[in-house]
Design a protein around this ligand. Sequence first.
Ligand code: SGN
Ligand code: CA
Length: 507
Amino acid sequence: MSDDHAYQAISAYDKRLTQTPNIDRIAKEGMLFTNACVTNSICAPSRAVILTGKHSHLNGKIDNYFPFDTTNITFPQILQKNGYQTAMFGKLHFGNNPKGFDEFQILPDQGDYYNPDFITKKEGKKKLIGYVTDLITDITLNWLKNERDDEKPFFLAYLHKAPHREWLPAERHFKEYLKKTFPEPTTLFDNYEGRGRASKEAEMNLLTHMNWAGDSKIFPENMDKLGIKESHAYDKRNYNYTVGRMNAEQRKVWDEHYGKMNEEFIKRYPSMTEKDKMKWRYQRYMQDYLGSIAAVDEGVGQVLDFLKKNNLEENTIVVYTSDQGFYLGEHGWFDKRFIFDESFKTPLLVKWPNVIKAGSKNTQMVQNLDFAQTFLEAAGVTPPSDMQGESLIPIFKGQGKNFRDAAYYHYYEYPSVHMVKRHYGIVTEKYKLVHFYYDVDEWELYDRVNDKNEMKNVYNDPKYAKVKEELHKKLVALRVKYKDSETLDKMYIEKYDELVKKGKIFR
Ligand code: SGN
Ligand code: CA
């Protein structure tokens, strides 16, 4: 699993932006899910849903702030009890250590790209020298080579930090990616007309909300020279912190390549229009974002090669996914959080030789909620009856038609960084009905067939009156089915507002 990896940035899904030959191998030898989606498009909550098989409102991890409640039972704990050897390496982001793992080395909180700290089960906290993606891959391969018990089946969680903000590639990829240009999404200059306050008030715009230093890597002194103001109070601070972690050698390579980019920008900036700036920021964003995916793809290749060479391929299920999708300039945005497609959908590629037909594609609305039950069933263990997903095994076997006719979604983290309002909703193959609440009370309806880019809220269009009524009923039924309610909404608002009052929320 990687962090914030958009399906648009995997060539098995979309060849326009980049090539990910190794990740694509999983689809070539297995199944590509084109409508896999999440229940709450944000990091730690998504991971909690995966591990518990329960929606956020039941596992309690509604946002990135509250620590994960470790009294929840997770599927790795059950696998471990049933004779599996278990290990986790990379980003977890729970605010506490994972249970049910014989071995773990995790990044504290978000983790760092260069010379990151790790929290290890055996040696406590330690700082490693190198690039985070390569380190996570090395730790993973080392465990497979030297620590895996050949007598036992294993569950291994290989969890990248990349391509999370601030999108720092490995030194070996600077040169190639800084030269690249990418096709723009058609909605890059979206003005959010036709939608409600939530889209208009979100702070995810490439031009206005992205950091000039922290994200676009304009050196702080060059911002001063050009009179560019910080996008946030943490704009330059983020840059100084992340780049400040590099050692002299890494910093030299950085300064050389990013210095050149800065010089070119200094020349162009005075004559740039707002439109030019948006276009420039999109290219800059893609260079670093896709550049940081290059090392992830290489790492995935190394792990797949290891399985193959060591006769572990035949009976190992390999899953590639992300904690959610991500905006790559669509609607002018970066980040995630919304129920809209780029953040609601997530990449999912699965291979399992002898079970999944190589090169198959599946269009069902499978969710990250389904993983726990799937893995337990694959291991021959009966999942606890209170898990809320559906096993994907029938789909793997080519049987799961009419798998799920509607997915339930609920996002909570507001007010917070990026200011995406609280909302819950229902998504069917054809429609999306969403309720934004808390400081608004707005409903939106999207026609997923005729408005693929979700540009027009048709909630008040009389043509959709009947559809609307049916979806409202279905949504009520889904809230009952999954045990979500207004009482819970209110409880979580009260808990969250306490944090806001204490000044614990990051904007
Ligand atoms: C940080 C990022 C945000 C991001 C959140 C959550 N800002 O706060 O852009 O949305 O993490 O990401 S940063 O400038 O500090 O990188 S998540 O993947 O953990 O949910
Ligand atoms: Ca994430």
